[in-house]
Design a protein around this ligand. Structure first.
Ligand SMILES: O=C(O)C(=O)C[C@]1(C(=O)O)C=C[C@@H](O)C=C1
Length: 284
């Protein structure tokens, strides 16, 4: 856990206490005393970009459903910096009131990612009405507030405890090794002792092999690409920006050289951050 040496700081977190983002924040920061929760990704990213919050924590990528496109776009658009990351094992549960049984359920609340990750389970209950809600934790809170035996939420065990719900069906995600990667964002770079992960956005010329050449610079410097996300560029139909995560530190010659080469060969390059990779990786 680290606070990146900036103290005192304020935090912005997606969702509510008991959300998976909340778990990522608690794993990352020693002091979570001054936190504000946000219902929408954009409000959180804007608060961080404006300096209203020192750091923000939000999901960016899931091992079952892939990248969360909105988050890639927002972080780039608001020119935030990536200063850290965490992986959280996401084990969704179907939660209901203590007095409810599975046969009572008629409607389910969750974040769209919760629904997407539990698609196989939900297909077995086509009669249920699905309500897209804010975070998984707020979905659990909504079910507790409704006090209706017919309502359930898809959320984590931590939300069940916090909102006084019971687990009707455990571990309902389709993928039993379901992890979400969270990013820690800030308005400015932070001094970090270990900087071994680099996130860049590039736009290449629209010519054959352009991306191949970008990746070649990483290959020749033994930089391992951990994620690649292509996002449409607003106003330029069927042209894309590439959001790339690679291993490497800009303090090392090889990494710095690769970035210089990219600057020369790409139409656009933006370094979003060089930061410590999650220490434990995909721990539970
Ligand atoms: O709803 C939450 O609890 C969140 O933190 C959001 C979120 C997401 O958007 O990916 C985080 C982890 C899971 O993948 C499901 C939901």
């Amino acid at each position: 856990m680290t606070d990146n040496g900036r103290n005192p700081y304020t935090l912005g977190c997606f969702g509510a206490p008991g959300s998976y983002s909340d778990a990522a924040m608690r794993r990352h920061f020693n002091d979570v005393g001054r936190v504000m929760y946000y219902d929408h990704f954009e409000d959180l990213v804007r608060a961080v970009a404006s300096g209203e919050r020192t750091y923000g924590v939000l999901p960016v990528e899931n091992s079952s459903t892939g990248g969360i496109a909105e988050v890639y776009d927002l972080v780039w658009r608001y020119e935030c910096r990536l200063v850290g990351e965490e992986y959280i094992r996401v084990q969704h549960q179907l939660l209901g009131l203590k007095e409810a049984a599975l046969s009572d359920i008629e409607e389910v609340y969750s974040h769209p990612q919760g629904f997407a990750q539990c698609y196989d389970f939900l297909r077995k209950h086509p009669e249920w009405r699905l309500h897209t809600y804010f975070s998984t934790a707020q979905s659990a809170g909504e079910v507790a507030a409704k006090r209706s035996k017919t309502a359930a939420a898809i959320a984590g065990e931590q939300a069940a405890e916090l909102y006084g719900l019971k687990i009707l069906v455990p571990d309902i995600a389709a993928n039993k090794t379901n992890y979400t990667r969270f990013i820690i964002i800030s308005a400015a770079d932070c001094a970090a002792v270990r900087k071994d992960k680099l996130t860049v956005v590039v736009i290449t010329e629209h010519v054959p092999g352009a991306l191949y050449h970008v990746l070649g610079h990483f290959f020749h410097r033994h930089m391992n690409m951990t994620h690649l996300e292509s996002r449409p560029i607003p106003g330029r139909p069927f042209e894309y920006s590439f959001h790339i995560d690679v291993t490497g530190s800009l303090d090392e010659v090889g990494t710095a050289e690769a970035v210089e080469e990219l600057k020369r060969h790409c139409k656009y390059l933006k370094i979003l951050g060089n930061y410590p990779s999650a220490k434990g990786g995909m721990v539970t």
